[in-house]
Design a protein around this ligand. Sequence first.
Ligand code: AMP
Length: 554
Amino acid sequence: MSRIIGIDLGTTNSCVAVLDEKGVPRTLSSADGERTLPSWVSWAVNGEITVGTRARRQAVTNASATVYGSKRLIGRKVNAEDVAWFAKLAPFRIVAAPNGDAWVRVHGAPISPQEVAAHVLRRLRQIAEEALGEPVTRAVVTVPAYFDDAQRQATRDAGQIAGLDIIRILNEPTAAALAYGAHRVGEGRRIIGVFDLGGGTFDISIMSVENGIFEVLATGGDSALGGEDWDRRMLERIVDEVFDQHRVDLIGIPMAMSRLREACEAAKKALSDGRETVIQLPFLANDQHGAPINYERKLTRELVQELTNDLLERVEAPCRRALADAGLTAADLEEVLLVGGMTRSPAVQDIVAKIFGKKPSKGANPDEVVALGAAAYAGILAGESDEAALLDVTPHDIGIKVGDSGFSAVLPRNSMLPCRARRLFATTSDNQRFVSIELYQGESTDITKNRKLGQVVLDDLPHGPAGSVRVELVMTIDVESILAVSARELRTGKEASVKIRPSGGLSQREVVEIINRRRNESSIVSTLPLEGGNVMRVATREQAAVKPPDDTDK
Ligand code: AMP
């Protein structure tokens, strides 16, 4: 059996790790030494696909066909509030699939976010295969704790398209906590916070850990806050300064903007270690007289903090809200773990200490801990590690519609899989002929804010006055997260049932079609020159013929 890799499929960056021979998780780097892969995919007009750093660089000249942040779209409807926000911002087109899902349009062709994510996963798989020198087919992939079933299933589908069997989806804060060894410390129940500030998103999770069981008690965050906002603030300041000094607007010069953006990010990173740094960009642009602008500027930590103070302050409210949602105070937390590249910044560490009243714990590489935790978990699943097994839990409440728009939870979130719950209902009108039970997932008491999963209808009920006919509802979720719901009328024993597999928006047939389409395209792509490590190499394993099964998912 091949090794199981651990993958952090991130909004801005992704990372792959594996358990080494000594049972220690380690990240795998690409041939050019990169330990994280920008989750960017770029399509050239000739069909060539580029993934990672090169794709990100191409964004300047090929913005409309360079897709990032596909994780914001996966398993989502185009009309969801934050998807609409992202669509306004993104330089590529986000369109509605026939079922209302958010897709992207590249060179006129609609592409599902699952397929975009599959390119990133395929590249990570390739990095792993090259580093390990063996084929890789199985992975544990992490997702945010708040991902619902559709987003989780869509992530699984992306794996299938990439030729990876995602044997388990793991919550990111759980993975981080595993990498920090949170389950090994002390006895009894421990409450920990996982503070994750990455390139594009901020997540806070409050968790409990007891006997190898990780429970997410509350999550919160700001999906529009990340390290890129810090870079943008610095960039804007410099663009203004260059304009004041040289009367040249760099915004209209894509190459200069791209170089400046990279330089700002590098300066921000340098300021996490030192108190000042210098940006030097020779021949950044030409001034009004055609003379080259050899840009040079000293930046201090104080200046960057001044420019970004309001961004920093935005992390506080979600942390306080998450604590309140968990019914806890900061003093209840035994530890706060730092995750995400931005938590290397001393200013971020200081605000975490201020909010939670204790110094946060720093992992060696906060941008790698999630992948490392996924690898540790892969080791547990493969039996290579004798750590306490983690138990899978339901990420959200599953329940039914009550009244016009109310929601009543039947299986509360964090129920350990497999789980089962039973409810008894009585008819509400005389001679009621049928009951229709609508099934939803979510936490809101307002049903319209939750996601509809399906419904079960039981008809031909026996005659009788209101309240005299009783229907038993049984909900079961198995270890594969498949929900089975049955409704049975108690007097006659008549029963109706449904089985709901999580759907990520693509049917099995569509997934297989994408795989086969890539197979057919591969002969064209493989004739293209391969440059560097980041050009998609034509995958081999998933090219084995796959036959579309009966389309049972839709
Ligand atoms: P992640 O999504 O976890 O990979 O985090 C990426 C973000 O972390 C990007 O905005 C990076 O610029 C930022 N980052 C990485 N290293 C550092 C550092 N040393 N100091 C500050 N920010 C950093």
